[in-house]
Design a protein around this ligand. Structure first.
Ligand code: AMP
Length: 228
């Protein structure tokens, strides 16, 4: 998607919160394209490390396959390395980080976040999406076998990479990731509400299209900029 709206001068340091399979990746990618800001997804960074057999990849592998969180110190160090890069000077969109209170505390010491977008999605949608989600293993673009299939079976529309199910999208692991989310990540909703930078986006409509979701988030961001 092109950045048609000349928004590249808007300083953005945003976080997407929400359950696994809740649309964070779709929304974050759409917003990143629209505002021409780097999209940093810690899950994608880990998958890249796994694919390249790096030390970080080897450390993360077992946790990821079990649907558990990778230890904080590994994630925080990886994220810090990424956001100090030059392309992040004017902002970034974080997707999948932070996921624990210690990660949020660490981020607070690194930089100031201006808005946290919390996607409110119920468990039924999370589980149903998990069973039909397929993703590009090269660029991370997300598809749905029913609602948003690829044009050519198994081939990414954006980069022609290989599109298949993620190992951690099998039903038992989806449930495990949802439990981990509730225990470890949901407390961040209060953490950011207390800081006064939380915006909730209701996503309870199972038929909501990716474009509708992106439009709702765009509106919330523009509203928050107007208030500043
Ligand atoms: P995601 O693609 O965001 O669903 O992340 C896939 C997996 O990567 C998660 O289930 C975790 O094992 C790991 N992961 C990604 N981000 C984090 C994080 N911020 N903290 C701990 N583990 C993470």
């Amino acid at each position: 998607m092109e950045n048609e709206n000349n928004n590249s001068d808007i300083n953005l340091k945003k976080i997407f919160l929400g359950p696994p399979n809740g649309g964070k990746g779709t929304a974050a990618r759409g917003i990143s394209n629209h505002f021409d800001t780097p999209h940093i997804a810690t899950g994608d960074l880990f998958r890249h490390h796994l694919k390249n057999d790096t030390e970080i990849g080897l450390k993360a592998k077992g946790f990821m396959e079990a649907g558990e969180l990778v230890p904080d110190e590994i994630v925080i160090a990886m994220l810090k390395d990424r956001i100090i890069q030059e392309d992040c000077i004017c902002g970034f969109i974080l997707d999948g980080f932070p996921r624990t209170v210690p990660q949020a505390e660490a981020l607070k010491n690194i930089t100031e976040i201006d808005l946290v977008i919390n996607l409110e999605v119920n468990d039924e949608i999370v589980v149903s999406r998990g069973s039909s989600r397929i993703v590009c293993h090269d660029c991370g673009e997300s598809y749905n076998m029913v609602r948003k299939p690829t044009k050519v079976d198994g081939v990414c529309d954006s980069c022609e990479g290989v599109v298949k199910r993620r190992k951690d999208d099998h039903p038992d692991t989806v449930q495990k990731r949802l439990n981990v989310y509730k225990q470890e990540t949901q407390p961040l909703i209060n953490f950011y509400r207390e800081l006064g930078i939380l915006t909730n986006i209701p996503c309870e409509d199972i038929n909501q299209t990716p474009n509708e979701l992106i439009e709702n988030v765009k509106q919330a961001i523009l509203d928050s900029i107007r208030k500043e």
